[in-house]
Design a protein around this ligand. Structure first.
Ligand code: GUN
Ligand code: ZN
Length: 436
């Protein structure tokens, strides 16, 4: 059924880091049909062109591409906001014990469903997630996404050392499991499989090589991992890989550096790493709430964008402290301010939509509002709380009206979410939460 959606439609014709805030344009309406956007423009003209379309009017709400969370760990949803640890202790104390629970498929299904309820209610229509070592955790994630028809990316997290034995695979079983899961899920509906070594400290060189070989066999798949997140982690990596030139070299030497490489965090990069990442057109994912919560450091957004790198934005839950990409944009703003640089709201919004989509090589499918793209949308109330409403009351332009929602907004700002056109804003009821 054809539907004409009215509101303040925000779309990008370019990257605002390259051309400035006017890379974004506002228009009045879009038309969706069979899950895709078929037209965008002035409301009157579209009503004349599509006289039979059902009309949905969101008034003064902002209509944007749905948020794209380019790096998350759905198995860590329940341990979000765990107190008092930095990366390695945080992994050992909170993360690994929780990830062990995912050998239980019903627990994996429950957390996967809950994660999609939470992310959708925050306006996130696509997620690129790590799973756990257990193949069941991958099935749970992709099944829950398929039930909602969401475009998602995920992979089995591979580790064959430096983690509890219940969370270890081997070079061979990581290759075999990943290859089987890739065969089952990659390209099925809106799912994409991502080859996922957790990070070099938890993989032997043999395992990294095995996953590099798998990637070479499936070059169209993405490969995700963590890179240079925290200073202690980098010292640990150096002890484990004494002959590596730098952290990136631990991946590069094993076939894990390339254009479809998605490197999370990338806070403490050395000049050679920055140059190589740009040269191969790799993607970096900025996880600001995680980098502050776990105490990792300040991502160099201005410098890395100026060097031409693809950069996406992500929650990194549960190292990140919020499921909300609004809160994540606020975190990106704050981190950039600490480096002496004010990101424009147009840039923040672009990072959470088109930038993340581009980082995931999916900007021909999602992340923007244009004919031919999938109709994944978020509809935002720009006056969702009294504090936000009184700040926007004096806005002179759209970005002054949007910025208070970026800085102070949460799931109350999400009026509606569309997944391939279908309205899909689940309510998360505290009563439906599981015990322990
Ligand atoms: N590095 C390796 N594993 C993880 C993880 O689960 N979260 C974060 N933030 N960093 C990691
Ligand atoms: Zn992560």
């Amino acid at each position: 059924m054809t539907e004409l959606i009215r509101g303040r439609v925000l779309r990008y014709h370019a990257d605002p880091f390259s051309v400035g805030p006017d890379a974004a344009q506002l228009t009045e309406a879009l038309v969706i049909d069979k899950g895709s956007i078929v037209a965008v423009g002035a409301a009157d003209a579209l009503q004349r062109a599509y006289p039979g379309a059902r009309i949905t009017d969101y008034g003064t709400c902002l209509i944007s591409a749905g948020f794209v969370d380019a790096h998350a760990h759905y198995p860590q949803s329940a341990i979000i906001a765990s107190w008092g640890k930095q990366l390695i202790d945080w992994l050992n104390t909170y993360t690994f014990p929780e990830e062990m629970r995912f050998s239980n498929i019903s627990y994996a299904n429950e957390v996967a469903k809950r994660t999609f309820d939470l992310t959708l209610s925050n306006g996130t229509t696509s997620v690129c997630s790590y799973c756990t070592i257990q193949p069941e955790s991958v099935d749970a994630f992709f099944s829950a996404a398929a039930a909602r028809n969401q475009r998602v990316w995920a992979g089995k997290t591979c580790m064959d050392r430096n983690a509890p034995s219940a969370l270890l695979d081997t070079a061979q079983s990581a290759y075999d499991d990943s290859a089987r899961l890739l065969g089952s899920w990659h390209g099925r509906g809106r799912a994409s499989y991502v080859i996922t070594p957790r990070f070099s400290p938890t993989s032997t060189p043999d395992q990294l090589s095995a996953l590099g070989a798998l990637w070479a066999e499936h070059p169209k798949c993405l490969m995700q991992t963590h890179l240079s997140e925290q200073v202690d982690e980098i010292s640990w990596m150096r002890a484990l890989f004494p002959s590596a030139r730098d952290y990136l070299d631990t991946y590069e030497a094993h076939g894990l550096l390339g254009a479809g490489g998605i490197y999370g965090h990338a806070v403490h990069l050395e000049p050679r790493e920055r140059a190589r990442l740009a040269e191969v057109d790799a993607s970096l994912i900025h996880c600001p709430t995680s980098n502050t919560f776990i105490g990792s450091g300040l991502f160099d957004m201005a410098g890395l964008k100026a060097e031409g790198l693809r950069v996406g934005l992500a929650t990194d839950t549960g190292g990140g402290s919020s499921f909300s990409m609004l809160r994540t944009m606020a975190g990106a703003y704050e981190v950039a301010q600490l480096r002496g640089h004010a990101l424009h709201p147009s840039q923040l919004w672009w990072l959470a939509t088109a930038g993340s989509a581009k980082a995931l090589h999916a900007d021909h499918q999602i992340g923007n509002i244009a004919p031919g793209l999938e109709a994944d949308l978020v509809i935002i109330d720009l006056q969702s709380t009294p504090a936000i409403a009184q700040a926007t009351a004096r806005a002179d332009d759209i970005w002054q009206a949007v910025f208070p929602t970026i800085m102070m907004g949460d799931d109350r700002a999400i009026r509606d979410v569309r997944v391939a056109g279908v309205s899909h804003k689940p309510q998360v009821s505290p009563k439906s939460q599981p015990s322990g």
